[in-house]
Design a protein around this ligand. Structure first.
Ligand code: BES
Ligand code: MN
Ligand code: ZN
Length: 506
């Protein structure tokens, strides 16, 4: 999407659609129009004031009202988008405004829109950079569609896609801040849509080799160093847990490393993403319904690829390494069996009681491999446990970690970018649940606290690096559409990682 910043008045901007985000005042009714909007109102035949003061438009969260110009130049249409009450004005609300406006624009058959934002209007809620960033992110995320496997457009995507967005600010001095925010928003939302594209493509397209090819393509485009280990190299490196999961599939596994290192001699930040391109459960086979969204079991890998893309495009000043263990988890005559004891890169032995708890096995080897880079901090992201969906539903990432300072940094980044996290404890008492009768550890901890015992399992393979774990089982796939999120893959993690790296880069 083409993004521009323009300084000027709402009444004179030449656009097919001008978006005005609108708050409710203390009385719970739409705020009165500011005097600056008088000439715009005149072009609209005074319908703006009538709608806002007459109660037609209450500025409730998500409420929309489309008005048409009846004379003069300026915008053809004006779209009021309700924010809700002013104290609720946050980046997340503006992201929603951007998404709703983009969808409404497309319904109106419009391919270009402008959205008005000003520091005065934002008040103390946020600065112009954060405001324009959120609006741009919302518009780009809300415009995402996946059409490449259809011969005809879907019925719900009838309107044309939005091709161009202008951020309208009141004066030339505001342009610099608005542009900074819009540039960041454009890159990070583009990277998030890229992660959605990867997750929605079916497993007969996106297999481990495909993910490796995608990493190489990104590397060439953005100047990243990319290393891919094939089955033989994975074996030579001792990643036996990864190999055990891969054994059931005819698709060869891949281990992928991407390095974005603009700074000499600085230890990197390491991101690890679960790349199970399809999870049938292995011999501990899932039900047909349980498999329906399991092409998305590589959403952690997609988040890591998206984050590296965003970080490199933004040229953030931090070294970042992305690691992706990529496999397919299928049952076959070669598959690992429940009860098997397997090795791992760390040399710890693992009793596999349930072959469907495969994510933690491949992550164990990847987390152990990460130590080679002597990272400052290590974060993994994975669609790891159904228990996380039970605990937190679809509204928060499960967050755990060995280092509370790192966990707190992630919580701050989450607040800033609108991808919510909720911390769960990793108390030593839970360790009992993964004790094995025959091996160093077992890969299931029973029903109680299934998300936590998965985290406890991972921690055993991390070593002394500050580490955090993100369980996105509940947030990687949306069952229902939201304001900037169609039903389907969410690309969760891209904004969170990018925001976290930005904070680290200073
Ligand atoms: N990929 C699944 C987790 C999952 C479930 C993600 C639902 C998204 C939606 C994971 O590999 C898995 O199967 N986990 C098992 C672990 C259990 C056997 C200990 C689970 O949660 O049932
Ligand atoms: Mn599984
Ligand atoms: Zn899985």
């Amino acid at each position: 999407m083409n993004i521009e910043i323009e300084a000027g008045k709402p009444s004179t901007i030449e656009t097919a659609l001008l978006v005005l985000p609108w708050c409710q005042g203390r009385d719970g009714e739409a705020e009165r129009p500011a005097a600056e909007l008088d000439s715009l109102d005149d072009l609209l035949g005074l319908t703006l004031t009538r709608a806002v003061t007459g109660g037609d438009f209450g500025a409730r969260q998500g409420e929309l009202l489309l008005l048409y110009r009846v004379k003069g130049g300026g915008p053809d249409r004006v779209l009021l988008v309700g924010v809700g009450s002013r104290p609720d004005l946050t980046g997340e609300r503006l992201r929603q405004v951007g998404g709703q406006a983009a969808r409404r624009a497309s319904e109106a058959g419009v391919t270009e829109m402008a959205v008005s934002v000003a520091a005065d209007w934002l008040g103390g809620a946020m600065d112009l950079e954060a405001g324009s960033r959120a609006l741009v992110e919302g518009a780009i995320l809300g415009s995402w569609r996946f059409e490449e496997l259809r011969s005809e457009p879907a019925e719900e995507d009838h309107g044309p896609a939005l091709g161009s967005l202008t951020v309208l600010v009141p004066n030339a001095q505001s342009k610099r801040l608005a542009k900074r925010g819009a540039d960041f928003g454009r890159v990070v939302a583009g990277a998030q849509n890229y992660a959605r594209d990867l997750a929605i493509r079916p497993a007969n397209i996106v297999n481990p080799r495909y993910l490796a090819g995608e990493a190489r393509r990104l590397g060439e485009e953005l100047g990243l160093k990319v290393t891919v280990l094939d089955r033989a190299a994975i074996k030579a490196d001792g990643m036996n847990a990864l190999l055990a999961v891969a054994a059931g599939s005819d698709e060869e596994p891949r281990f992928i490393a991407l390095e974005y290192c603009p700074l000499k001699g600085q230890r990197p930040l390491a991101l690890v993403g679960k790349g199970v391109t399809f999870d049938a459960g292995g011999l501990s086979l899932k039900t047909p319904q349980g498999m329906e969204t399991m092409k998305g079991d590589m959403s952690g890998a997609a988040a890591v690829l998206g984050a590296l893309r965003a970080v490199a495009e933004l040229e953030l000043q931090a070294n970042v390494v992305g690691l992706i263990p990529a496999v397919e988890n299928l049952p076959s005559g070669h598959a690992m069996r429940p009860g098997d004891v397997i090795g791992s890169r760390s040399r710890k032995t693992i009793e596999v009681l349930n072959t469907d708890a495969e994510g933690r096995l491949i992550l164990a080897d990847a987390l152990n491999y990460a130590a080679r880079f002597e990272p400052q901090a290590l974060i993994d992201i994975a669609t790891l446990t159904g228990a996380c969906v039970v605990a937190l539903g679809h509204h928060a990432i499960g967050l755990m970690g060995s280092d509370q300072d790192l966990v707190d940094e992630i919580r701050v980044a989450a607040d800033n970018c609108g991808e919510r996290v909720w911390q769960l404890p990793l108390w030593d008492e839970y360790r009992e649940q993964v004790k094995s009768e025959v091996a160093d550890i077992k890969n299931t901890g029973g029903r109680p606290a299934g998300t936590i015992t998965a985290g406890i399992f991972l921690r055993e393979f991390v070593g002394s690096v500050p580490w955090a774990h993100l369980d996105i089982a509940g947030t990687a796939w949306a069952e229902k559409a939201g304001a900037y999120q169609p039903a389907g893959p969410t690309g969760v993690g891209v904004r969170l990682f990018t925001e976290w790296v930005r904070g680290r880069a200073g």
